[in-house]
Design a protein around this ligand. Structure first.
Ligand code: HAM
Length: 418
C-alpha cells in the first residue's frame, strides 16, 4: 500500500520550530509597523494571468515553477509564487491606488523548484510593498527598514545593489548583450541557450564559471542607463552612504522576475550556504501600468523566512511562556482544576497552563511536568478540592506553597512581574 507522507519540498514546521518562526515574524512585523506599514492578507490562489503578466513569460517561476490547475469552468488558477503581484491586484481592486500604500504580509508561497537546503516548494516570506512614491528617498527608507530588522535580529547580511534602468534602457542593452553572446554560442549548454532566447538578462547571474568568464567582457548595463535612472541611483547610493549602510554594487544583479526597473537589491548571507539570498526586492514602477493601466510607482522586498532561520542558526532569544502543569489526583476534581486554570490564565497572556487528565500518581505527574519543562506544578488532591485551595510547586527550587482560592491573585502578583 502507498505510504502517505508530506509532499516533497513541503515540510511540517513542528512546535519547536514554530516558536522560532513566530519570534522572527514578530520582530519583522513590529519593525514594519514602526515604519508605518499595515498588514494585508491576500488569497493563496490567484488567476494565473496575474503572475504570467507580472513575473513574466520566460521566467523560471512562470515557465516551470507554478502550481497551476484548471477550474471547472476552464479558468486557470495558480498557487501564489510571490506576494507583489497579489498586493498590486488588491490595491487596484480596493480602489486605493491613488493614495500611498505601505503594506506588509507574511505567509506561505509555492514554487515547484528542486528542493534542497534553503529551497522549498512551500516556503515562507515576509514582504513589504510601498506604493505611490517615485522618489529615491523611498528606496533609501526601504533599505533603512531592512537595516532596522537585521539589527533587531542581530545579523549582518551583505547588501548588493544595482540599477537595471527603465524598460527602454533594458531593450537597448538586451539587444547588444544578445549580439555579444552570439559570438560564444558554442560554449553554451542547452539550458543557457534557452535562457538567452527567453530572458537574456538572466544569463548575467549564472553561477557557471565558464559563463562568468564569457561575461567579463560583456556589455555592462550601467552604460545603457538613462540620465533619469542614473541620477535616481546616484542619489540612492548617496543616501546609503549618509546613513552608514554598507553596500556593494553588483552590475550582474538583475533579479529573476520581470517587473523590476531601476533599483534592485539583494541581501546575501555570508556563510557557506548555497541558497544564500535571504532578502530581495526593488522598484517596479511599471507593474501597475502593465497589468491595470494605472501609473503607480512602487517598490518592495521579501525576506525568505526559512532561509533566514537557517542563516540565523537558531541563535535567538524567545519570549518563553511561563508554564504551569496541573497535576490532578482524582477524576472528580477535573472541573475544579479547570476552574483554577481559568483563574490563573486571567492574570497574564504569558501564562500557559496544561492540565494532566491521566489521574496517575503524583510522582508520575511531576515527572511529566519536569519533562515538559514546566516552571510550576499545581497539585490538586482531595484536601485541596475540599478546602478551595491548591498546592503550587516551583519546579526549579522545589519550594511548595498552599494557597486558598481567593488569594491566588495576590500570590501571583507577588511572584510574577505582570
Ligand atoms: P524573490 O527573489 O523571488 O522575490 O523571493 C524573495 C526571497 O524569498 C528570496 O530571496 C528567498 O529568500 C525567498 N525564496 C524564494 N524562493 C524560495 C524557495 N523556493 N525556498 C525558500 N525561500 C525562497 C520576490 O518574491 C519578490 N516578490 C520580492 C519583492 C517584493 N519585490 C518587490 N516587492
Amino acid at each position: 500500500m502507498k505510504k502517505i507522507q508530506s509532499v516533497r519540498g513541503m515540510k511540517d514546521i513542528l512546535p519547536s520550530d514554530c516558536k522560532i518562526y513566530r519570534s522572527i515574524e514578530n520582530i519583522l512585523m513590529s519593525s514594519a509597523i514602526q515604519f508605518g506599514y499595515k498588514e494585508i492578507r491576500t488569497p493563496l490562489l490567484e488567476d494565473s494571468e496575474l503572475f504570467i503578466k507580472s513575473i513574466g513569460d520566460g521566467t523560471d517561476i512562470v515557465d516551470k515553477e507554478m502550481y497551476t490547475f484548471v477550474g471547472s469552468k476552464g479558468n486557470s488558477y495558480s498557487m501564489r509564487p510571490e506576494g507583489t503581484a497579489s498586493c498590486v491586484r488588491a490595491i487596484i481592486e480596493s480602489g486605493s491606488s491613488n493614495t500611498i500604500n505601505k503594506l506588509w504580509y507574511c505567509g506561505p508561497f509555492f514554487r515547484h523548484e528542486r528542493p534542497q537546503k534553503g529551497r522549498y516548494r512551500q516556503f515562507h516570506q515576509f514582504g513589504v510593498e510601498f506604493t505611490g512614491v517615485e522618489s529615491y528617498e523611498a528606496d533609501i527608507e526601504i533599505i533603512l527598514l531592512t537595516k532596522y530588522m537585521w539589527e533587531k535580529l542581530k545579523i549582518n547580511p551583505k547588501l548588493k545593489i544595482n540599477t537595471i534602468g527603465d524598460s527602454e534602457d533594458r531593450k537597448k542593452y538586451t539587444k547588444n548583450l544578445i549580439q555579444y553572446l552570439a559570438k560564444y554560442e558554442k560554449y553554451f549548454e542547452d539550458d543557457d541557450k534557452q535562457k538567452i532566447k527567453k530572458n537574456p538578462l538572466r544569463i548575467l547571474d549564472s553561477k557557471k564559471e565558464s559563463i562568468k568568464n564569457i561575461l567579463i567582457d560583456a556589455p555592462k548595463i550601467s552604460n545603457y542607463i538613462s540620465k533619469g535612472s542614473a541620477l535616481h541611483f546616484e542619489k540612492f547610493v548617496d543616501g546609503l552612504i549618509k546613513n552608514d549602510i554598507n553596500y556593494e554594487i553588483d552590475l550582474h544583479l538583475v533579479r529573476g522576475l520581470d517587473y523590476y526597473n531601476r533599483t534592485v537589491f539583494e541581501y546575501i548571507d555570508n556563510t557557506e550556504n548555497t541558497q544564500n539570498t535571504i532578502c530581495a526586492g526593488g522598484r517596479y514602477d511599471f507593474l501597475f501600468e502593465n497589468i491595470f493601466n494605472k501609473k503607480v510607482p512602487a517598490l518592495g522586498f521579501a525576506i525568505g523566512i526559512d532561509r533566514l532561520i537557517e542563516f540565523l542558526n537558531y541563535d535567538i532569544n524567545y519570549n518563553e511562556n511561563i508554564k504551569f502543569y496541573v497535576a490532578v489526583l482524582r477524576e472528580e476534581d477535573f472541573a475544579y482544576a479547570q476552574k483554577i486554570s481559568g483563574e490563573i490564565r486571567k492574570y497574564s497572556d504569558n501564562f500557559s497552563i496544561l492540565v494532566d487528565y491521566s489521574c496517575s500518581n503524583l510522582k508520575a505527574q511531576l515527572k511529566k511536568a519536569n519533562k515538559l519543562e514546566a516552571n510550576y506544578c499545581i497539585i490538586i488532591g482531595e484536601n485541596e478540592a475540599a478546602g478551595d485551595s491548591i498546592q503550587i510547586k516551583n519546579m526549579n527550587s522545589s519550594e511548595q506553597d498552599t494557597i486558598v482560592l481567593n488569594e491566588i491573585g495576590d500570590y501571583i502578583k507577588t511572584k510574577f512581574v505582570l
